[in-house]
Design a protein around this ligand. Structure first.
Ligand code: GDP
Ligand code: MG
Length: 174
């Protein structure tokens, strides 16, 4: 019998960066210009047949409404084991907010042994810029992100790769 894991993963970042779009792309393989702002908290489930003896249920927690305050309640963070922190490459202010989101995450949830939950940084809407996103390796190392990806929910770029990276780190903490 395969081993089953249920992992709660948070998708956080400023309003309009593409959190809902990333989840819809990843879970339902769809994209729309017109998502209504999510009200409250929304869930989506992605089942991964990770390997022959591991099935992973990723419970993706979307937010809305509360983004404007730049933080979430502890209830939202409770028992999360990983996070995708998203910014919009076309809006610098959303990158500036990334560390605020990371601090909020780290102040409200830790793993049982006290380590921070793994977080992957997503530079989203990469389809909209011709110039390359500056590399974020140093930024990630210095600020405790386990990795970063240039993503596009619109063109379905790198979202699976980012999720895979996060899951690998989550599994390493099991
Ligand atoms: P949220 O507030 O973070 O959940 O952001 P949404 O998912 O609602 O996206 C905000 C807007 O950005 C919507 O009009 C989306 O269609 C658009 N959007 C999201 N991801 C992308 C992307 O990768 N590329 C482009 N060009 N637009 C995107
Ligand atoms: Mg949304």
């Amino acid at each position: 019998m395969p081993q089953e894991h249920l992992f709660k993963v948070l998708v956080i970042g400023d309003l309009g960066v593409g959190k809902t779009s990333i989840i819809k792309r990843y879970v339902h393989q769809i994209f729309s210009q017109h998502y209504r702002a999510t009200i409250g908290v929304d869930f989506a489930l992605k089942v991964l047949h990770w390997d022959s003896d591991t099935v992973i249920r990723l419970q993706l927690w979307d937010i809305a409404g509360q983004e404007r305050y730049g933080n979430m309640t502890r209830v939202y963070y409770r028992e999360a084991v990983g996070a995708l922190v998203v910014f919009d490459v076309t809006r610098a202010s959303t990158f500036d907010a990334v560390l605020k989101w990371k601090d909020d995450l780290d102040s409200k949830v830790t793993l049982s042994h006290g380590k921070p939950v793994p977080a992957v940084l997503l530079a989203n809407k990469s389809d909209q810029v011709c110039s390359q996103q500056p590399r974020l390796d140093t930024f990630c190392r210095e600020n405790g992100f386990v990795g970063w990806f240039e993503t596009s929910a619109k063109e379905s770029t790198n979202i699976e790769a980012a999720a895979r990276c996060l899951v690998e780190h989550i599994l390493a903490n099991e």
